[in-house]
Write a protein that binds this ligand. Sequence first.
Ligand SMILES: Nc1ncnc2c1ncn2[C@@H]1O[C@H](COP(=O)(O)OP(=O)(O)OP(=O)(O)O)[C@@H](O)[C@H]1O
Length: 715
Amino acid sequence: MNFIRAMLRHFIHNKLLFGVFLFSILFEVAYAVASPLSLKYLVDEAFTPKDYHAFLLILGVLFSAGFFNIIANMAGDYSLGKLSGEAVRKLRLELFVHLQKQSLPFYQRFKVGDLVTRFASDMTTLERVVRISSPFFLRETLSVLLGLVMLFAIEWKLTLAVLAGSALMYVGPRLLQARAEADNESYKQAQERFSNTIDEMIKGHKTIKGLHQQSSFRERARKQIQELYSFGLKMHVTNSLMERLPLTVLLVLNGIMIGFGGYLIFHDQMTIGGFMAFLTLFMSVGQSGSNLSFLIPNLIDSSISFRRISEVFAQKPSVPEADDPKELPSSFAAIGMDRVTFGYTEQADQLKDVSLRIPAGSYVAFVGPSGSGKSTALQLLSRFYDPKQGTVAIDGHDLRNVSESSLRKLAVLVTQDTFLFNSTVRDNLLLDGKGFTDADMIVAAKQANIHNVIESWPDGYDTQIHHEGGSLSGGERQRIAIARALLRKPSLLLLDEVTSALDPATEADINALLQQLRRHTTIISVTHRLASVIHADRIHVFKEGSIVESGTHEELLGQNGLYGTLWEKQHGFHLSHDGLHATVDVERLAKLPFFEGIELPLLDGVAALFSTETCKEGETVVREGEEGNKFYIIVRGRFEIIKHIPDEREKRVAVLQDGDHFGEIALLMNIPRTATVKAMGPSVLLSVRREAFHQMTAAHPQILQTLENTLKKRM
Ligand SMILES: Nc1ncnc2c1ncn2[C@@H]1O[C@H](COP(=O)(O)OP(=O)(O)OP(=O)(O)O)[C@@H](O)[C@H]1O
């Protein structure tokens, strides 16, 4: 309702134009109703008595009124065009701003296809209603009302008779309305589902191809297109029925009118002129009535669009701006969390009673197993979400009470899922460009180690970025995102796995840059790669939503806790600077549970069997169901483990990262893989084939024996 009120408010905002519009409609209706009346006077007062003077008078009045009607209509059309255009313009902008104000959960709730449909198709329907249907509805309703008054004035008995019959005209559509609404809604939903499939198919085409999912997607699309067809047919039939019914009833009504009207004339209760005026006026009222019922399907359709847009307008941002927000200065003394508990849903908490204090100028790292809540903590520190309990504060100011713009100037978050706009590199770096020169931009690009790459492109900084950055490599995208953040010179830099897509050399450069920045800028870095945070002032180790250990690298190693375990797991690998050649120490191999107890000299031979494999983001290394003959250790990178759950789509069941291994059973036997393993970014693996392993173990059967025993125990 608020939304409809807002629309009306926009519509009547310009009182003068609204007055002109109303006057023009009233005049048009009055003229349309009065014209048939002129017949009564023409026939009864001029033609029958052959009164030439009366004839000229009536003709003069008719002609002048007609001329004035044309002018009034033109003024009305102009005012309507301007009023409706303005109302729709304001609504579009309000919807856009409203979408911008929404927090992350909103964008998780509504899918892209759904929102785009609301913006494009529903808004267009709404525009049609404001521009065409509503004024038409108003005019036709007034015509019916005024026409009925005139009909009563001409002959009330005949009017009552036809009115009783007219009731039929509305019964049919009423009965069908609920069904038409349901059919329209089903069709809209089917459209939405299909839009989402297309959206997924375009965005995920690589993944779909990579996982051989074309046929399941085709099947999904086929079903949805079939649904579109069936719902479309149903909707068409119901709407056509609704459109045809009134015309049939109108035919019956004409019969009643001519029969009863004739009877009145034969009994001298009505003049011929009166009957002709009645007939013409009734036709015109009937036409208006039928026009109104034609409008019903159109209005039903639009009421759904109204509801769908109202639904978006009704969404309140889950991270709202305070009424009188505090402006943060550009620097601060400390940021912290005090007993913060947070869950994305009511069912589970992803952060539990987390407290920490980060003084300005420090370099802090969040580490821990995948899914332990590191990124979530970062999202709360940059206020993309508000805690369920506890507070996140900068210098004692609860982030809920500070202005979003001052917070965003102070703190910039760079994530692993970088989004670039389909524009030039320069536009992507400068964005609104406020306060930055090209020289600033180049300094930032150099810091992020991307300047030379950009310069090597034929159009340099004017190079067009396509497919939201898909035309660039993951590392290039990431470095542009880092440059974009550095350009803004934030006092607080929040980094979420920013080096995970970079090759070792670039990663080393970015880490060196962070070392340079660390005293002027507070850096909080979420990473799973421990080697990059050994110099951090403080490392917080997350586990299942809580901070379980905190300290410097040395302090944490001394504690021999979770950090120590994670460090051991990632230790013992060597990677060439270009990231193409990796090796593993035998001491590291010896720590793999299934090589436990095998003497180091023997493991030397095993270590030599490993070869390096690099993979791109989205590449599938192991496919569920296929027979495997390789064992892998992750040197760098993150891999998702996907399982096909019957009657469900594929589901990510785990994430593996640096130091993890998979596929060890393939060293023993040739059995189908139990899950698909896919790279989440550029990665480096060490792998060994069963055949090579067996050649080696032929000379040392005890290795095979140990492996068999351990794997048997684990299975
Ligand atoms: N938007 C979301 N809605 C619901 N659950 C989420 C959402 N984002 C993350 N989660 C869940 O919250 C938990 C913590 O996720 P988070 O990303 O903070 O972990 P993380 O330690 O950063 O792990 P990773 O290194 O794998 O990113 C995980 O179980 C994750 O599945």
